[in-house]
Design a protein around this ligand. Sequence first.
Ligand SMILES: *[C@@H]1O[C@H](CO)[C@@H](O)[C@H](O)[C@H]1NC(C)=O
Ligand SMILES: *[C@@H]1O[C@H](CO)[C@@H](O)[C@H](O)[C@H]1NC(C)=O
Ligand SMILES: *[C@@H]1O[C@H](CO)[C@@H](O)[C@H](O)[C@H]1NC(C)=O
Ligand SMILES: *[C@@H]1O[C@H](CO)[C@@H](O)[C@H](O)[C@H]1NC(C)=O
Ligand SMILES: *[C@@H]1O[C@H](CO)[C@@H](O)[C@H](O)[C@H]1NC(C)=O
Ligand SMILES: *[C@@H]1O[C@H](CO)[C@@H](O)[C@H](O)[C@H]1NC(C)=O
Ligand SMILES: *[C@@H]1O[C@H](CO)[C@@H](O)[C@H](O)[C@H]1NC(C)=O
Length: 490
Amino acid sequence: MSSPAQINYSTSQQKVGTLPLVALCKYVAISGLFLFFFYMVLFDKKHYQPFDLLATFKQKWPSSSSTKISTPSSTPTNLSHIVFGIAGSMNTWKIKRFYTQAWWRPNVTRGYVFLDRPPTKEFLPWSPSSPPFRVNENVEVLKLDPKITRPFQVRIVRTILEIFRLDDQDVRWYVMADDDTVFAVDNLVEALAKYDHTKKFYIGTNSECVKSNFDFAFEMAFGGAGYALSYPLVAALAGKLDSCIKKYSRAWVTSDLMLYSCLSDQGVALTHNPGFHQVDLFGDVSGLLSSHPQTPFLSLHHIDNIKPIFPNKNRPDSINHLMKAAKADQSRLLQQTICHHKTTNWTLSISWGYSAHIYENILPRNFLRKPLETFKPWKVMRPPLFMFNTRWPNNDPCEAPHMFFLHSVENSTEEDRIVTTYVRASPRGLPNCSSSGNHSADHMAMIRVFSPTKLPLEATGRDCCDVAYTPGMNITEVRYRTCIKDEITA
Ligand SMILES: *[C@@H]1O[C@H](CO)[C@@H](O)[C@H](O)[C@H]1NC(C)=O
Ligand SMILES: *[C@@H]1O[C@H](CO)[C@@H](O)[C@H](O)[C@H]1NC(C)=O
Ligand SMILES: *[C@@H]1O[C@H](CO)[C@@H](O)[C@H](O)[C@H]1NC(C)=O
Ligand SMILES: *[C@@H]1O[C@H](CO)[C@@H](O)[C@H](O)[C@H]1NC(C)=O
Ligand SMILES: *[C@@H]1O[C@H](CO)[C@@H](O)[C@H](O)[C@H]1NC(C)=O
Ligand SMILES: *[C@@H]1O[C@H](CO)[C@@H](O)[C@H](O)[C@H]1NC(C)=O
Ligand SMILES: *[C@@H]1O[C@H](CO)[C@@H](O)[C@H](O)[C@H]1NC(C)=O
């Protein structure tokens, strides 16, 4: 039996980059109202005409002051305003469908998976757990241009045109992705709701790898990570896409590059939004997912190129396991919270819903937020390889973590608490950091994290935490709480 809890608390903080509060200048509000008015009057879905005034205004008012303000009269953006377009293929659907089904909510999420040919008997009747399918138009039959080098890529970019023609109602955003992309849809809604859907927006992110961005473009949204196009942008693009494809389809291009080129011609630049993950990486991405940037997690891609994200699970099971945490609290999913525990000299780093690390040392946040480079780049070349700093895994017992991965997600018996538990992947196999005293974490088997059920992370922007550890016990408890004003880690 356990001894009476002799609990030591130590405090720490978690800081999430809060969005800068945009000053709502009077002239911006007025121009916004004008735009909205013009949009309502002239920008009718059925009789769409290119409306260059929008573009003119967009250039006039810099994005920092005008783009993130929703039109006052519009209702908040919710999931029903998003239509997803998934680029699929019959040859790979057998495996990839699991990744789409992991996040798809039948009868709730709207959208389609676009296939290169009609489904074979094996997939009929079509599973209600998958998005409904559509078959892309045949690029070769369309004869857009005799010199198209990669019809497969043209098929994918034309999905934007084909999904628009399906004429879904009340669409604010088209979100395009691949069949091996996994979304956190609640976070995606939160992210898109911050932008004005009545303006032309191209929102996404580039690759983790410098080389991928160098080869294509740093300012290009990588489609596997997923990107969002506002309705007015798609409406403007649709009529011009085929002629633009003719212009850009001849070289060694991808669908993403064609889209980027076409949008550049229209004067629309990428709005970088972090949290989408192209994952142009190989191997074990646990280092990256354990030190995820402090921004809502939106997507994960290339599941088949990386090792399963959880040890001892296959790829579909791994993704479904992560989704258990996603269902409980997306706002905290993969968000890093760090606590220091003075009496043991431990640092705990929790990537909520995914992993927990114990370091036998007090380590600063700016060190822990750098991912352990457990993964390989898309292409091996001279550094710099990645768009972010990393730290190299090493055998220094004061820098190498004891690693624990998500085991369970449950409602606590305590009111308003979710309990996530994390169990040790394998023994660390290193000496103790400190030779004096008893600071070893070798005996630790599980970390149990209590987090709020009802207070989403974005409400406060950060979590602080306390560590409860009883010497000799093989479970450590971490309790998330609201930070004290201006609390800092000491
Ligand atoms: C989403 O917002 C629309 C208003 O734009 C509303 O009619 C609809 O009920 C909302 N849907 C959900 C699921 O909240
Ligand atoms: C989705 O809707 C269809 C028809 O409206 C219904 O038959 C089906 O049971 C629903 N599926 C789910 C999972 O709710
Ligand atoms: C605790 O960690 C600090 C910072 O690394 C170190 O200076 C100190 O010696 C450690 N204390 C013990 C008892 O190991
Ligand atoms: C946890 O509680 C919420 C409501 O507070 C409920 O919707 C959910 O189903 C519960 N989950 C489990 C695993 O019991
Ligand atoms: C680490 O410290 C613990 C507790 O003091 C001790 O039992 C264990 O033998 C030490 N491990 C090594 C490898 O020295
Ligand atoms: C943790 O300790 C308890 C007894 O205190 C024991 O029953 C349990 O098996 C231990 N767990 C592990 C994984 O060692
Ligand atoms: C030292 O750590 C071991 C586990 O490694 C634990 O069983 C023991 O109770 C600890 N001793 C003290 C004095 O805390």
